[in-house]
Design a binder for this molecule. Structure first.
Ligand code: B12
Length: 206
């Protein structure tokens, strides 16, 4: 069934993709499992784009489908909602990058898990992260980025936080192309593969 969902997304059959998503949820498939299948589909579309077999309109449509699917999936995650306040987190997509679907899922999950999240949106310069951490007193920062071009802004943001004397703030990074090697390059404290990992890291630091 997940394979069917992947095919529907890759073939840009949005109605089928949304129907299959609802069906999978009704059958008891875990929301994160569905998002994982979507990641597979996004990788295929992304590769086609890279090879010049798909173009910007396809990428945009994939983004729209992904948003619609995560809007269906998100309310199903609510069952596990926490009541305690675990602390404050500042999060945003770094400067030069406007990808926000993955970040929004992370924000949703952190919020649900009991964190008070300040979402700075997309294309966020390092200084804005510093300002928000100072204003909120957050002890955790999340940096999202999907472009190779996001690595340096992530590194700059980590450096800006340190430069501002905010040494006790923990930084986690994530997004499509990010891995532990990029974490080392940026100087961030941890890398999280998905929203569940983001929550686990934040809980560890709370
Ligand atoms: C949809 C999409 C778009 C949409 C974005 C819409 C939106 N509102 O976000 C649009 C059409 C706008 C777009 C634009 C561009 N895109 Co684009 N896009 C994609 C695509 C297909 C899917 C991304 C996505 O939304 N995935 C869905 C989410 C849910 O996936 P996820 O990774 O599983 O999310 C989890 C993790 O990432 C993690 N996570 C996310 N953030 C964080 C943060 C923390 C702290 C943690 C711990 C975890 C974490 O948790 C998430 C939830 O579980 C990817 C391909 C891909 N394989 O990802 C290309 C891709 C990212 N795009 C790419 C490119 C090149 C572009 C453009 C430059 C194209 C152009 N020529 O204009 C522009 C860039 C504009 C800019 N300045 O940012 C390339 C980047 C290549 C590179 N090496 O840099 C990719 C990889 C495609 C490719 N293979 O070529 N894109």
């Amino acid at each position: 069934m997940s394979q069917e969902l992947i095919s529907a997304i890759v073939e840009m059959r949005e109605d089928d993709a949304l129907k299959l998503t609802k069906q999978l949820l009704d059958e008891g498939t875990a929301p994160m499992e569905i998002l994982d299948a979507c990641r597979g589909a996004m990788d295929v579309i992304g590769e086609r784009f890279e090879k010049g077999e798909a173009f910007l309109p396809e990428l945009m449509m994939a983004g729209e489908m992904m948003t619609a699917i995560s809007d269906i999936v998100k309310p199903r995650m609510v069952e596990q909602a926490a009541t305690e306040n675990l602390g404050k987190i500042v999060i945003g997509t770094v400067e030069g990058d406007i990808h926000d679907i993955g970040k929004d899922v992370v924000v949703f999950m952190l919020d649900l898990s009991g964190f008070e999240v300040t979402d700075l949106g997309v294309d966020v310069p390092p200084a804005k992260f510093v300002e928000a951490v100072r204003e909120t007193g957050a002890k955790i920062v999340g940096l999202s980025g999907f472009l190779t071009l996001a690595y340096n802004p992530m590194k700059d943001t980590v450096a800006a936080l340190k430069g501002a004397g905010l040494n006790n703030v923990k930084v986690m990074i994530g997004g499509g192309q990010i891995d532990d090697q990029i974490r080392k390059y940026t100087g961030a404290d941890a890398y999280g593969r998905d929203a569940m990992a983001a929550v686990a890291l934040a809980k560890d630091w709370a």
